[in-house]
Structures are given as structure tokens and as C-alpha cells.
Write a protein that binds this ligand. Sequence first.
Ligand SMILES: [Zn+2]
Length: 234
Amino acid sequence: MSTTIERLLIIQDRDRAIARLTRESQDIPARKQQIEDRLKAHQESLHQTQEALKKAQAGIKQVEVEVESRRQKINRFREQQNLVKKNEEYRALEHEISVVQEEIRAEEDRELEFMEQVEQNRALLAALEADLKKEDGRVREDQQVFDRRMDEIQAEIGKLQADRKALAEQVDTDWRNRYERIMAKTGDYALVPVEHGACGGCHMNLPPHLIHDARKGLTSVQCSYCSRLLFWRP
Ligand SMILES: [Zn+2]
């Protein structure tokens, strides 16, 4: 294998590592955002439960006010009953009282419903708060893991780029340009091995003279289909 091919293979290896790390770093902000969104969704359901609890508690207070005003109404009817002379007037008031008592019972049924809602929402709230506390801790940890990974990636990319630059300086400009052109076009490999008589990049069967040249270790053997540089893997 020619020295040029050997050097280009190392450059290719560095370039592929840089590309892989770059892709990974580009994914990190979206992954951090996903975690934030999950936490926000939890906070939102906690907030909704708090609102539902407040509503049910306000409902109970409202019912109590309603019941109290109806009790006073009944008291006034009773006072009137003491004053009336005729039986039918007395019975009419008795009827009014029973109507209001019925209303009180309806209010008390509503109060029971509100009480149940308070109980349910309180239990839910306690569970959500405990969950959120755990989730919050996990989110901070995950974010730190991502931040540390981001720093690592940047440091690694910096090292690889310096390494690659030093290597590239040892390769003839023409070859370097050819490598860059093929790499830019294919986006994966500029150099591929001959594999079972086919190009290791596009997998087309190669004409025998190309296989022969690659085997001899010539540098300028290019696949006639995809233009990738071919080398013979010993
Ligand atoms: Zn090919």
C-alpha cells in the first residue's frame, strides 16, 4: 500500500470520527429540550391539579354560604309561623320551609361531591409533587451528563482536527484535493477496499485491470462507477 493511501486512510478515519461527533453534538440540544419539555408537562399537570383543588375548596365555601342563608330563611319562616293566626297560612309557611329544606339537602349533596374532589386532588397532588421532586433531580443530572458530553465532544473534535491537519500537510496537495472532492461528493468514504472483486463503496463489480492495479498498490486507482479511491487490503 502506498504511503499516500496509508496517510489518506488515517485522515479519512479522523474525518469520519469528526463527522460522527459533530452529529452527536448537533443532537444534544434537541435531547436536552425533550427532557425540559417532559419536566414542563409534569409541572403543568401539577398546576392543573392545584387549580382543581382550589376550585373544589371554593365550592365548599360557596355551598356553606348558600346553606347558611337558607337556614336563616327557615328561621324567618318559623318566626312568621308564630305570628300567623290562620291554619292555612301556617301550612303555607310549612310548605315554604320544606321547599327550602329540600334545597339545603341538594346543597349538601353538592358539598359531598366537592369534598370528594378535594380528597382526590389532594392525593393526586401529593403523588405529583413526589414525582416532580424525583423528576427534577433526574433532569438536572441528565442535563449535566449532556453538558459534560458536549465538552468532551468539543475537546475530542479539537484534538482530531489538529491531528488531521498535521497528517494532511504530509500529503501531496493534488491527492489531498482529490480526497476532499470525493469525500464531499460521497459523504461517507473517499477510500474503499476492493471486496470480492467489487468496489467497497458502491459494490459494483470492478473490471479486472482495476483490481490488478489496486492489488499492486498503485495510488491512483478509482472506481469507474463512484470514483472512490480503491485500495487492496492485505
Ligand atoms: Zn464504486
